[in-house]
Design a protein around this ligand. Sequence first.
Ligand code: DGT
Ligand code: CA
Ligand code: CA
Ligand code: ZN
Length: 562
Amino acid sequence: MKNSEVAELLDRLGDLVEANGEDRFKVIAYHRAATSVRNLEEDVEMLWREGKLEEIKYVGSGIAKKIDEFLQTGKLGLKERLENEVPPGVPTLMKVQGVGPRTAYRLSHELGINTVDGLKEALEKGRLDGEFGPTVRESFLTGIRKLGMFEKRMLLPEAEGVFQALAAYFEALGIRIGMAGSLRRGKSTVGDLDILSTDGRVIDAVANCPGVAQVTERGPRRASVKLESGVQVDVRLFAEDEYGAALVYFTGSKDHNIELRSIAVAKGWKLNEYGLFAKSGKRMAGTTEEELYDKLGLKYVPPELRENKGEIRAARKGKLPNLVRLDDLKGDLQMHTTWSDGGAELDDMAKGAKAKGYDYIAVTDHSVSVRVANGLTEERFRRQWKEIDRLNDELSPFRVLKAVEVEIKTDGDVDFDRRFLDEFDVVGASLHQSFRQDGTRLTERAVRALSHPSVDFLCHPTNRLIGRREGNPIDLKKVILTARENGKMLEVDGQPERLDLDENWARRVMEEGVPVVIDSDAHSVDGLDNITYGVLVARRGWLRAKDVMNTRSLRALLNQVS
Ligand code: DGT
Ligand code: CA
Ligand code: CA
Ligand code: ZN
C-alpha cells in the first residue's frame, strides 16, 4: 500500500515539476524513482525505518529526503508548494492521455482551458485548430474518450468481490440471481455489474441493499443502483420462460447479440431479451440459453467467446473449440517466494500448490540483477535448490521445479551464464528494466532472450499494467515467430492487473502454433488463485487444453523445456 502511495507521490512530483517548466532531468528522475518504488516488493516503509531508502534503485539522497518527509508527516511541503504554483486546470487536463504537463500548462495558462469538458468543446468547435496539428488534436480526443472508459472500469477481483457480496446478500433473502454482462464473459475489466432474477422481490431487495449510495433508476422490472464504492449495478426481473433469453441478451456482448438477432430476422423470427418469437408471435424459445441457441441452429456458445469474433460461424458449423478449464492445469510455472520478492515461504507455496491438486510447480524467483526484488545470485539459488530437494523428497510425487524468472538486461543478454542456467529445470525470461526503450530495441531484447538456448518462455510479454501502464511497443508478431522458430513458449500471466498476454494475442500465439503457459505469478499462497484469471484470458483467446503447456504431464513438460 505504502509503496504505491510513495510511487504516486513521486510521479506526481515529476508531473508538477514539469508543469512548472523545470529541468527535464529532474522530471525523469522522479518518474524513474516512482517506477522503481512501484515495482519494489519489499515494503518501502521498512526500508525507510532501516535507513536504507537510498539502496532503492534511482533513489538518491534528494528523493530519499522527500520520501522521508512524506513517511514522517504524511505530507510533502514541496508538493503543496508546486501545486499552488501550477495553473489551476493543469492537474485535471493531465489526466487525458496525450496531454503532458507542458501541453496542460499551455492549455490552461495561455488558452484558458481548465477542464476536460472545456478541452473537448474547444476541440470540437475548432478553437484549437490553429494551435495544434490534426494528429495531436486527434490524440487529445482519443485520450478524452479513453478517460471516460478507463476511469470507472474494475479489475476482475474487484468485480468478482462485489458480485459475491451481492450474491450472498440475495442468498440470505432466499432470492436466486444470475450473473450477466462482461463479468460473466470473463472480460479483464468490468464496467458495471448486470444481475438477473426471476424473483419478484429482487427490485426492492437491491434498492434496500446495504452499501447502496443511490438508486439511480427504478421500475417494476428493473433497478440500477450506485454503491458507495462508485460501482453501478443493474438488476432486471424476468419471467421463468424469458430467463434464458434475458441471460443471452444481458450477457452480451452487444456485437454478439446483434449477430444473433440477424440470424433470427433472416429466418423471419424476432429475438429480444424476452425470447425468440415466430412471425405469429408464438414463443419458440426463452427459458434456457441452450434452447435458444439450438433453435437458431447454433451450438451453445460459452460466454467467454461471445464477442462476435468468429464464434457464431464456428457454432453453426459445430466447430467451437473445447476451451481450456482450470481443472486441466497440472501445474503453475511462475511464482515467487521470500527468497526474492514473494511474501510466503517456499515451503508454504509448494504445499499450497500441492493442496490445489497440481502435480508440479516452477518456483521462479527473480535473478540477481533485479535488485529491488531481492534477486538471487548463483550462490543463493544453489542454497534454495537444497531446500527444493528436501521438499521434493517430502512431497513426492509432487514436484517442485528449480526455476527462475531471469532478467533480460538492457542489451538483451540474460543474467547468468549458460552453464548455470542449464542447471535449472525451467527458465522464464522477463524484461523489467529499461522497458521505456523504443519498440525496436525492446523487440531485439525479447528476440535475443528467446534465442537463448536455456530460456524456455517469455514472461508477461508486454509488461502492461491495466489502467496504469500501456503495454510496451514491442513487436509481438516478431516475438511469436521467434518463439516458434526456437521451440519456445509465451506466457499468459494471471495477475489481474497484468493479464499479459491479453486474449487477442493469446489467440494469435495459438494460431501460430506456439504453446502458451498460464501462470499465477503469485507472490503469496492466495495469489496462486490468480491463475483463474489467466484461464479466463486463455478461454477468451479460444485456447484449448492442448494449446497450453502446463496442462501436460510433468514428463511432457520436461520434454518441452529440456
Ligand atoms: P461493461 O459493463 O462495460 O463491462 O460491458 P457489458 O458487456 O457488461 O455491457 P453493459 O453493462 O452495458 O450491458 C450488458 C449487456 O447488455 C451487453 O453486453 C449487451 C446487452 N446490451 C446492452 N445494450 C445493448 C444494445 O443496445 N443492444 C444490444 N443488442 N444489446 C445490448
Ligand atoms: Ca456490465
Ligand atoms: Ca449494465
Ligand atoms: Zn515478473
